[in-house]
Design a protein around this ligand. Structure first.
Ligand SMILES: *Cc1c(COP(=O)(O)O)cnc(C)c1O
Length: 400
């Protein structure tokens, strides 16, 4: 038996020491607003560094990934009521951002590998669709080659919700740079932690200029965003100011973490793959493999319960919790924000999505932060395979 205590997978990592001097400077000067300094405010520097890291022309840091998604839709200038295609397996914030932008989400089925079902995607990609948000839920990349081909053939813009995909590669390309806009989160459960925050990246000057103004670059504050003079002048006073800016303290917390990103990606992936191998040795647990083009950057693990009845699923989560590992079955935990039937704020009748529903009733979610070490990973993996065996043995013993 392992002597390791059940690891706390909810704790964050400490913010790098290097952030302290800058935070002290900001506190002593009170210079917290991104547009006070004449140049090189921490938020501006973060945008420059993030754009460079991703190899994209422009980055706009904002208050959350939800804000980035909202501004992306607004920047595309979609008409009121425009339909936006999204995978039905995502976080409730995604359809919410669409509703916030006065648009209508259209949900696409997802398969047992957690990725969007391309047949349903193609069937729903009609002339009525104005935009697509591909949410790479929990960092599982949907087939971007097929998606981009279908979207480009119809001239429909693709926004990537890469909130959980920072560091993921698709055929060597960075996720978030494949669609016209990529959106990321700095909320605490993501790879870069500022408590709250987000960023959008694009190579499109018109889109970023519109988003910058709407994010709250009122009057001539847009002059502090480089190289877009003509585009900004076109939109001066023509767009609402939604004030979704990031503040300097958040940028100061994030910037030193950029240096740690590569390490977090590598550790996260090797931790994930290590645990996946043990889970896949159980006949009751299945971790779907990545797509061939995909090099993942996970900080959690998802797996399906195979051949279990509803009662056995309940027994499994009970045994896992007793062993010290809390497992969330997406579709079974009450009011889960990742179960589409709980998005009752969407207008109209909720479509029947049997494939996604079936997946959510068996798909499990366990956090697996990059900081975990081998004994802790063994603890989690053994607790899960043990719980599955116990749940199934129990059932056989009681069965007739
Ligand atoms: C966290 C998350 C969001 C929302 O990010 P916020 O910064 O909290 O708004 C959106 N989509 C996915 C896939 C996420 O994981």
């Amino acid at each position: 038996m392992s002597q390791v205590q059940a690891p706390n997978v909810y704790d964050a990592e400490p913010i790098p020491e290097a952030a302290r001097a800058e935070i002290d400077r900001l506190l002593s000067t009170g210079d917290l607003f991104r547009y006070t300094a004449a140049q090189d405010a921490p938020v501006t520097l973060l945008e420059r560094e993030f754009a460079e890291l991703m190899g994209s022309k422009y980055a706009l840091a904002v208050s959350s990934c939800s804000a980035a998604l909202f501004l992306s839709l607004k920047a595309l200038d979609l008409p009121r009521g425009a339909k936006v295609l999204i995978p039905a397996f995502t976080f409730g914030a995604v359809p919410s951002a669409i509703v916030h932008a006065d648009c209508q989400p259209v949900l696409v089925e997802c398969g047992s590998n957690f990725r969007m079902d391309l047949e349903d995607f193609e069937a729903k990609l009609t002339d009525e669709i104005s935009a697509i948000i591909i949410s790479h839920m929990r960092g599982h990349t949907s087939d971007m080659d097929a998606i981009m081909q279908l979207a480009e053939a119809r001239g429909i813009p693709v926004i990537e919700d890469a909130a959980h995909s920072l560091g993921t590669l698709w055929s060597g390309r960075k996720i978030g740079t494949i669609g016209s806009i990529g959106c990321f989160s700095f909320q605490s459960y993501k790879l870069l932690n500022a408590g709250e925050g987000g960023v959008m990246i694009t190579d499109d000057a018109e889109i970023v200029a519109r988003a910058v103004i709407m994010s709250g670059a009122y009057e001539h504050n847009w002059k502090k965003h480089d190289g877009l003079q003509a585009a900004f002048e076109r939109w001066q006073n023509k767009l609402p100011l939604y004030n979704l800016r990031l503040q300097n303290l958040s940028a100061a917390v994030i910037r030193p973490q950029l240096d740690e990103l590569a390490q977090r990606v590598t550790s996260g992936r090797s931790n994930h793959d290590y645990v996946a191998e043990t889970l896949n040795s159980s006949p009751w647990l299945d971790v779907p493999p990545p797509l061939a083009q995909e090099l993942r950057a996970p900080d959690s693990i998802q797996f399906n319960l195979v051949g279990m009845s509803d009662m056995e699923v309940t027994a499994f989560t009970r045994h896992a919790e007793a062993a010290g590992v809390k497992v969330q079955v997406f579709g079974k935990s009450t009011d889960n924000a990742r179960a589409f039937w709980n998005w009752q704020f969407i207008e109209g009748e909720m479509p029947d999505l049997p494939q996604t529903r079936a997946m959510l009733m068996r798909a499990c979610d366990v956090r697996l932060p990059a900081r975990l070490k081998t004994p802790e990973l063994d603890f989690i993996a053994d607790a899960l395979t043990g719980a599955a065996s116990e749940a199934m043995a129990e059932q056989r013993a009681y069965g007739t």
